[in-house]
Design a protein around this ligand. Structure first.
Ligand SMILES: NC(=O)c1ccc[n+]([C@@H]2O[C@H](COP(=O)([O-])OP(=O)(O)OC[C@H]3O[C@@H](n4cnc5c(N)ncnc54)[C@H](O)[C@@H]3O)[C@@H](O)[C@H]2O)c1
Length: 289
C-alpha cells in the first residue's frame, strides 16, 4: 500500500540489527515510500547481525558508528551528506542497551559504571546525534528527528530497570533540543513510545513474555507491532506532521490511557494466587518480586 509518502526525502536510520528490529521495519517502509536512506550501527552489531541484507534490499550504504562516540557520529553525518550530495530530511534513533539488565543487576543493586553506559548509549547518544547534525547543518528546513521510547519513562514497570531512567532522559532531550532546532530551522524532534515488541533488545527485558501478554490484554487495540511502529514513524518523517514537535507520542494500542481492562482482570482472576508462586520464580530474589 505504498503511496510515495516520503518521495524525495533522505535520511539516516540508526539501530537495525536484524529483521526483528524496529529500525529494520522503518528502513524497509521508508524506502517503499520513496525515501533514500543511509544505515548505521556499531561494528559488532554489523558483524553479528544481518544489516548487510537490509542494505542490499534498500540500496543503502552502511556506515559503522558507535553512537556514543562524537567522532563516529561526525563520520556518519559526513558520509551521509556525501552519499546524498548535501543535507537530508530525517533521522531515526532506534538505539537502546543496558549492561545492568544484561548482567542481571536489579535496580536496587546497580553497577554505576554500567548505569553510565546505559545512559550514554540509550539517551545521551540522542543528544550527540542531534548536536553533531546541527553543527554540520545536516538537516533540511522542516526536517524530522525521531527516537524510540517506552512508557517506563512515566510509570514503573517490572523488569525495565535503569532503562526507565534512560528513557526519561531521552524524552527530555527531545523537548530541550526540539525548542532550539525548531525555533532555528523548523526541525522537529519527537519520541515514539512503543508497545513492548519482541526484538533482540525487547527480549532482554526481564519477564518480557508476561509483559507482552499483559500489555496485549490491557490495550483495546492490542500491542503495536514493529511494522505498525514503522508506519507511524513514517508519518512523522512526512510533511503531514510539520507542526508536531517536542512530543512523546504513545504508539501502544491505547495501553497508556488504561487503568484496568476486563480482559486483564479476568486473566488475573483465573491465574495463580500470590501464595502459590514459588520463591524460585523470582530469580533475582526479593527485589525481583
Ligand atoms: N522492543 C521493545 O519492546 C521496545 C519498546 C519500546 C521502545 N523500544 C526501543 O526501540 C529501540 C530499538 O530497539 P529494538 O526493540 O528494535 O531492538 P534491537 O535490539 O533490534 O535494536 C537495538 C539497537 O541498538 C543498537 N545499539 C546498541 N548500542 C549501540 C551503540 N553504542 N551505538 C549504536 N547503536 C547501538 C544495537 O546494535 C541494535 O541495533 C530502542 O531504543 C528500544 O529501547 C523497544
Amino acid at each position: 500500500m505504498a503511496c510515495n509518502l516520503l518521495k524525495g526525502k533522505k535520511g539516516i536510520i540508526f539501530g537495525a540489527l536484524n529483521e526483528d528490529s524496529i529500525a529494520w521495519k522503518v528502513a524497509e517502509r521508508a524506502v517503499e515510500e520513496g525515501a533514500q536512506i543511509v544505515l548505521t550501527n556499531t561494528p559488532i552489531s554489523i558483524r553479528m547481525g544481518t544489516i548487510d541484507q537490509l542494505a542490499e534490499k534498500c540500496n543503502a550504504p552502511v556506515i559503522p558508528a558507535d553512537a556514543t562516540s562524537v567522532e563516529d557520529l561526525e563520520r556518519v553525518i559526513d558520509g551521509a551528506m556525501e552519499h546524498f550530495g548535501g543535507s537530508f530530511d530525517f533521522i531515526l534513533h532506534s538505539i537502546g542497551m543496558s549492561p545492568n539488565v544484561r548482567k542481571g543487576r536489579t535496580y536496587d543493586d546497580l553497577d554505576y559504571d554500567f548505569l553510565a553506559k546505559t545512559l550514554d548509549i540509550s539517551a545521551l547518544s540522542f543528544h550527540k546525534v542531534i548536536q553533531v547534525a546541527r553543527k554540520k547543518d545536516a538537516l533540511n528546513e522542516w526536517g524530522s528527528i525521531v527516537a524510540l521510547s517506552y512508557i517506563a519513562a512515566q510509570r514503573t514497570l517490572y523488569g525495565y530497570n535503569d532503562m526507565a531512567d534512560a528513557k526519561a532522559l531521552l524524552e527530555s532531550i527531545a523537548r530541550s533540543f526540539g525548542y532550539i532546532y525548531g525555533r532555528e530551522k523548523h526541525v522537529r524532534i519527537n519520541t515514539v513510545s512503543q508497545s513492548p515488541t519482541p526484538t533482540t533488545a525487547g527480549k532482554g527485558v526481564l519477564g518480557m513474555e508476561d509483559l507482552l501478554e499483559f500489555a496485549e490484554s490491557m490495550s483495546p487495540l492490542g500491542n503495536a507491532s514493529a511494522n505498525d511502529c514503522a508506519d507511524y514513524v513514517l508519518t512523522l518523517f512526512s510533511d503531514f506532521t510539520r507542526k508536531v514537535t517536542m512530543q512523546n507520542l504513545y504508539h501502544d494500542g491505547g495501553f497508556s490511557s488504561m487503568g484496568m481492562s476486563r480482559r486483564a482482570m479476568r486473566t488475573y482472576q483465573k491465574g495463580l494466587r500470590f501464595e502459590d508462586v514459588a520463591e524460585n520464580q523470582f530469580p533475582f530474589g526479593k527485589a525481583d518480586e
